[in-house]
Design a protein around this ligand. Structure first.
Ligand code: PLP
Length: 953
C-alpha cells in the first residue's frame, strides 16, 4: 500500500450543502479584496457584537451516520393502534401523492406563489383545495390554508369580532363540545384583546345577545351530532355570527355548515392524506360567506387573466394582508400550510366524490358496528347519532380499561376519569374493530362482526343527511388512475419554478438547500404515525429529538430556553410578545403595552403586536437605512412608563449589520422594555454572533429559512422562540405539558414531524459547518453586490461598504430614466429562467437579493449575467433603441404560445426568449403571460371555474 486511506466515515456534507468550491471562494474573496473568509467576516460584523457567539456544537456527522443516529431516535417512538381522535385521525397517504408530491422537490422547494407566472401549478393545486373546501363546507369563499384548527378557530373569533353587528358585546361563546386544544388556544388569543371567552353547553343558551359570536363543533368532539339550525337562527337574530369547526370527512355525508346558516366554517384537512406526525404540520381551512371576503385571514387564490386575456391564477386581495395593512391587517399569518393543503387537495382529486363518500360511509358503518358490539358487551354508548366517534360511560373501570387497551397496543381517548372516547378512521378495518371489542370483553366474549354488519343501520341523523352534491368539477373526476394522477402532478410541477430548477434569490426568505438526507426521516412511519396526545411513554423518540433540538438552537442563538410550539414565524412573534407581556404583568407592570417597531419592519411585526394587545409606535430609519437611534431614544423615553417592547430585525431588513444594535437594546432596557429580535435573518449570524448575547430577550427563528425546512410553496414552517432565562416561565404551555396555559398551537410541539429536518441539518453541519454556512452566505451576498453595483446601485451597506447576507438594489432611478419598473425586471428574469428577488420590501421600488450559501459561484454568475443583460436592455430603452412600451421588459414573460403566433413586436423572437445563448439548451417556459393584478381582485373567483370559462378564453 502506497497511499494512506482514512477509514472513518468522511463528512462530505458540509461541502455538499455549501455551493462554492474552495477555488471559487478564494476567487470571490479576491474580487472583494480580502485574503480570507475570516478577514471578510471581521469587516462585516460590527466591533460591538464580535465574539458574542456561543456556538458550542460537536463536529458534524456524515449523512450516513446522521441518518443512523436519527433512526435510533425514531425507533423509540411506539406505533400503537390509535383511536384518540380529537381532531387527528389515521389516514392513508396515497403512495403516488407521497412519492410525486410530498417527497418531490419540485413541490416542496417552491416558494409562496407571489410570482404567479411561475406558480400556476401550485396555484391550481391550491384552487382545487379551495374548491374542495367550498364544496364540503357549503360556503363560497375559502382561503388556501391556515396553520391548524385551533388557530383557525382563534382567527374566526377575531373575524366575528370585526364583522359582528352586535358591537355592545365583548363575549365570545365557545361550545364545551369543541376540541379542548381549540378552547385552550382561544383562551390564549382572547385574553390580550380583552375578549371574554364563555365556554358552555350551547343547548342551555338563553340569551344569545350576550355574544358577538359563537364557535360550535360539528360533529362534536365527543362524537355527538347536534342539529344547530335553530341555534344559528337565534344567534343571527341577536346579530351574532356563528363559526362552526367541522370535520371534512363527515361533511361528505352531513348537511354542511353553509347550508345551516354558519357564517364561518373551519377545521383541519389532516385526515385527507396527511400523516398524524405527532400533531403537524397539517393544513387548516377557513371558509366564509361572500359578504365577508375582504376580511378573510390568510391567503386566497383567485382567478384572473393574463396579458392575452387567458385565465391565469394569482393570490387575490393582498391588500388585506399584513405586508400592506400592518397593524391593521386582518391577521398576522404569513407562511401557511401550502404543501399540506396540496396533499389534501390531491387526496380529493385522486379519490373523487364517490371515493371520499365511500371512505366516509365505511368509517361510519364500522363505527356503527363497533357501537352495536359495545352495547352487546354491556357498555353505555353516550351517542344517539354519531359519525366516527363514540364516548363511553365507563365509570370506575376507566383507568383499568386504558391500561388493558395499552397492553393490546391500543390508545383510547382519555376524556375524564369516568369516560373514554374512541374514534375510527380510514385505516380502521374489521380486525381493528374486533380488537377494540376485546378491550371491553370478558375472556371468551366476542360480538359477531358479520352478524352485526348485516343488520346495522346508519346512525347519522336523518334530518342532517347531506342532499347537495360534492366535487362535481371535472378536476375531481378525471385523475382516478395512478397513471393519470402521476401525470397531473408532473404537469402542474412542470409549470412552476422551484429550487430544483434555479436559484430563488428572495431576500429575507433564505431559499437554501433542503438536503435529501434532511428530508428522508420526515416520511418515516416512526415520526408520521404518532398522535400528538399519545401517552408520553410512547413518544420517547420525539422527546429526545425535541430536547436535543432545543439545546442545539439555544447554542446557535445564545438563549437559555426554547419553545418549538409556534408553527410559523408569525406565531413565534406572537408567542414571544405574549412572553414579554406576561413577564411585565408578573412584575405588576400591567400598563406596559407600547411596542416600538422601526418603519423597515416586516409586516408581521406590527400585525402581531396588535394581536398581542400592544399599541404600535413606529420609529424612523436614517438615510443609511439604520434605525434612527435618536428617534428611538426619544420615543423610548417618551413612553418610558408604558414601554413593553422593541421589535427589531437583525441584521436589519435592509441587509446590514447595524453597529448600534447593542446601544439600541440598552436604550430599550433602560426604559423598562424588553427586546424582541426578529430572527428571520439568522442565516447571517449562526456561529458568528448571537442575539441572546448582544441584547435580545427573545427571538423567533424561521426553521423554514435558516434551518433548512423547505418552503413547501408557502408552508409548512416552524417558528420556535428562544428566550433569556427570565422569560422561560412564560413560554407557551399546553394541556399536555408542564405549563398548562398559554398554548399558541393545537399540538404541544406544533409542526413536530418536520423537526427532524433541522435536527439533521445541525447534526451534519456541526458547529464549524454552521459557522462556515453563515460566512459563505455573507460572501455570496457581497459577491453579488460587488458584481452588480456598477449596474444597479446597492441601496444600503455598512460603514465598510459591505452588506450582510442580502443586498437591496435600487431600481427607482430607472423608472425615471426608462419607465421600466421593478415589476418589469422581475418578470423579465422569468425569461432568463429565474424567480425574481423580493420586490419592494422593505423599500418600494427595490429588489432584495439573498443568494444563501448553497448557491454555487456558477449559479451566482448566471444570475448576475441575467441582471446585467437586463440592465443593457434598460439602457437600450433609455437610449431610444428599444421602444418605451414595446420592449422585452414590458412584455415579459414571453410564452411559447406567443412565439408561434403572429409576432408583432419591434424586437426579435430570439431576444424575447433566448436573451442569452445558454438558455437554448435548458429553457423554462412560463405557461401564462403577465398576470393582471387588478382584474382578479375586481372579479373575485376563488373556486375552480368551469371548463367552459377556459374554453371561451
Ligand atoms: C419571513 C419573515 C417573517 C414571518 O415569518 P413566517 O414564517 O412567514 O410567518 C417575519 N419577519 C421577517 C423579517 C421575515 O423575513
Amino acid at each position: 500500500m502506497t497511499e494512506a486511506i482514512d477509514l472513518g466515515t468522511a463528512n462530505e456534507f458540509i461541502p455538499r450543502h455549501i455551493g462554492p468550491r474552495e477555488a471559487d471562494t478564494a476567487n470571490m474573496l479576491e474580487q472583494l479584496g480580502y485574503d480570507s473568509l475570516d478577514a471578510l467576516i471581521a469587516s462585516v460584523i460590527p466591533e460591538s457584537i464580535k465574539g458574542s457567539s456561543v456556538l458550542e456544537l460537536s463536529a458534524g456527522l456524515s449523512e450516513a451516520d446522521a441518518l443512523a443516529k436519527i433512526k435510533a431516535i425514531a425507533v423509540k417512538n411506539q406505533q400503537f393502534s390509535t383511536h384518540i381522535g380529537q381532531g387527528y385521525y389515521g389516514t392513508h397517504t396515497p403512495s403516488p401523492i407521497l412519492r410525486n408530491l410530498l417527497e418531490n422537490p419540485a413541490w416542496y422547494t417552491a416558494y409562496t406563489p407571489y410570482q404567479p407566472e411561475i406558480s400556476q401549478g401550485r396555484l391550481e393545486a391550491l384552487l382545487n383545495f379551495q374548491t374542495l373546501i367550498s364544496d364540503l363546507s357549503g360556503l363560497p369563499i375559502t382561503n388556501a390554508s391556515l396553520l391548524d384548527e385551533a388557530t383557525a378557530a382563534a382567527e374566526a373569533m377575531t373575524f366575528c369580532k370585526r364583522l359582528s353587528k352586535n358591537k355592545a358585546s365583548n363575549a365570545f361563546f365557545a361550545s364545551q363540545h369543541c376540541h379542548p386544544q381549540t378552547l385552550d388556544v382561544l383562551r390564549t388569543r382572547a385574553e390580550p384583546l380583552g375578549i371574554e371567552v364563555v365556554i358552555g353547553d350551547e343547548r342551555e343558551i338563553t340569551d344569545a345577545s350576550a355574544y358577538f359570536g359563537a364557535l360550535l363543533q360539528y360533529p362534536a368532539s365527543n362524537g355527538d351530532i347536534f342539529d344547530y339550525r335553530e341555534l344559528v337562527e337565534r344567534f343571527h337574530a341577536a346579530k351574532a355570527l356563528v363559526a362552526v369547526a367541522a370535520d371534512l370527512l363527515a361533511l361528505t355525508l352531513l348537511t354542511p355548515p353553509g347550508e345551516f346558516g354558519a357564517d364561518v366554517a373551519l377545521g383541519s384537512a389532516q385526515r385527507f392524506g396527511v400523516p398524524l406526525g405527532f400533531g403537524g404540520p397539517h393544513a387548516a381551512y377557513f371558509a366564509t360567506r361572500d359578504a365577508f371576503k375582504r376580511d378573510m385571514p390568510g391567503r386566497l387564490v383567485g382567478v384572473s387573466v393574463d396579458r392575452f386575456g387567458k385565465p391565469a391564477l394569482r393570490l387575490a386581495m393582498q391588500t388585506r394582508e399584513q405586508h400592506i395593512r400592518r397593524e391593521k391587517a386582518t391577521s398576522n399569518i404569513c407562511t401557511a400550510q401550502v404543501l399540506l393543503a396540496n396533499i389534501a387537495s390531491m387526496y380529493a382529486v385522486y379519490h373523487g366524490p364517490q371515493g371520499l363518500t365511500r371512505i366516509a360511509k365505511r368509517v361510519h358503518q364500522l363505527t356503527a358496528i363497533l357501537a352495536q358490539g359495545l352495547a352487546k358487551l354491556g357498555l353505555v354508548v353516550e351517542q344517539q347519532s354519531f359519525f366516527d366517534t363514540l364516548s363511553l360511560a365507563t365509570g370506575s373501570k376507566t383507568a383499568a380499561l386504558h391500561a388493558k387497551a395499552r397492553t393490546l397496543g391500543i390508545n383510547l381517548r382519555e376524556i375524564d376519569g369516568e369516560r373514554l372516547g374512541l374514534s375510527l378512521d380510514e385505516t380502521t378495518n374489521q380486525a381493528a374493530v374486533e380488537r377494540l371489542w376485546q378491550v371491553f370483553a370478558e375472556p371468551g366474549q366476542s360480538p359477531d362482526f358479520a352478524e352485526l354488519a348485516a343488520t346495522v343501520a346508519s346512525q347519522l341523523p336523518q334530518a342532517l343527511l347531506r342532499q347537495s352534491a360534492i366535487l362535481t368539477h371535472p378536476v375531481f373526476n378525471r385523475y382516478h388512475s395512478e397513471t393519470e394522477l402521476m401525470r397531473y402532478l408532473r404537469k402542474l410541477a412542470d409549470k412552476d419554478l422551484a429550487l430544483d430548477r434555479s436559484m430563488i434569490p428572495l431576500g429575507s426568505c433564505t431559499m437554501k438547500l433542503n438536503a435529501a438526507s434532511e428530508m428522508i426521516p420526515v416520511t418515516w412511519a416512526e415520526f408520521g404515525n404518532l398522535h400528538p396526545f399519545a401517552p408520553a411513554e410512547q413518544s420517547q423518540g420525539y422527546t429526545q429529538l425535541t430536547t436535543e433540538l432545543e439545546a442545539m438552537l439555544c447554542a446557535a442563538t445564545g438563549y437559555d430556553g426554547m419553545s418549538l410550539q409556534p408553527n410559523a414565524g408569525s406565531q413565534g412573534e406572537y408567542a414571544g410578545l405574549l412572553a414579554i407581556r406576561a413577564y411585565h404583568r408578573s412584575r405588576g407592570d400591567d400598563q406596559r403595552d407600547i411596542c416600538l417597531i422601526p418603519q423597515s419592519a416586516h409586516g408581521t411585526n406590527p400585525a402581531t403586536a396588535s394581536m398581542a394587545g400592544m399599541r404600535v409606535v413606529v420609529t424612523a430609519c436614517d438615510a443609511r437605512g439604520n434605525v434612527d437611534i435618536d428617534d428611538l431614544r426619544a420615543k423610548a423615553e417618551e413612553h418610558k412608563e408604558r414601554l413593553a417592547a422593541l421589535m427589531i430585525t437583525y441584521p436589519s431588513t435592509h441587509g446590514v449589520f447595524e453597529e448600534g444594535i447593542r446601544e439600541i437594546c440598552q436604550i430599550v432596557h433602560d426604559n423598562g422594555g424588553q427586546v424582541y429580535i426578529d430572527g428571520a435573518n439568522m442565516n447571517a449570524m449562526v456561529g458568528l454572533c448571537a442575539p441572546g448575547q448582544f441584547g435580545g430577550d427573545v427571538s423567533h427563528l424561521n426553521l423554514h429559512k435558516t434551518f433548512c425546512i423547505p418552503h413547501g410553496g408557502g408552508g409548512p414552517g416552524v417558528g420556535p422562540i428562544g428566550v433569556k432565562a427570565h422569560l422561560i416561565p412564560f413560554l407557551p404551555g399546553h394541556e399536555k405539558m408542564a405549563r398548562k396555559e398559554g398554548a399558541v398551537s393545537a399540538a404541544p410541539f406544533g409542526s413536530a414531524s418536520i423537526l427532524p429536518i433541522t435536527w439533521m441539518y445541525i447534526t451534519m453541519m456541526g458547529g464549524q459547518g454552521l459557522k462556515r454556512a453563515s460566512q459563505l452566505a455573507i460572501l455570496n451576498a457581497n459577491y453579488i453586490a460587488r458584481r452588480l453595483e456598477e449596474h444597479y446601485p446597492v441601496l444600503y451597506t455598512g460603514s465598510n461598504s459591505l452588506v450582510a447576507h442580502e443586498c437591496i438594489l435600487d431600481l427607482r432611478p430607472l423608472k425615471e430614466t426608462s419607465g421600466i419598473s421593478v415589476d418589469d425586471v422581475a418578470k423579465r428574469l422569468i425569461d432568463f429562467g429565474f424567480h425574481a428577488p423580493t420586490m419592494s420590501f422593505p423599500v418600494a421600488g427595490t429588489l432584495m437579493i439573498e443568494p444563501t450559501e448553497s448557491e454555487s459561484k456558477e449559479e451566482l454568475d448566471r444570475f448576475c449575467d441575467a441582471m446585467i443583460a437586463i440592465r443593457a436592455e434598460i439602457h437600450a430603452v433609455e437610449r431610444g433603441e428599444l421602444d418605451p412600451e414595446d420592449n422585452p421588459l414590458k412584455h415579459a414573460p414571453h410564452t411559447a404560445a406567443e412565439l408561434v403566433g403572429e409576432w408583432t413586436h419591434g424586437y426579435s423572437r430570439e431576444q424575447a426568449v433566448y436573451p442569452v445563448a445558454s438558455l437554448i439548451e435548458a429553457k423554462y417556459w412560463p405557461p401564462v403571460g403577465r398576470v393582471d393584478n387588478v382584474f382578479g381582485d375586481r372579479n373575485l373567483v376563488c373556486a375552480c371555474p368551469s371548463i367552459e370559462a377556459y374554453q371561451e378564453a
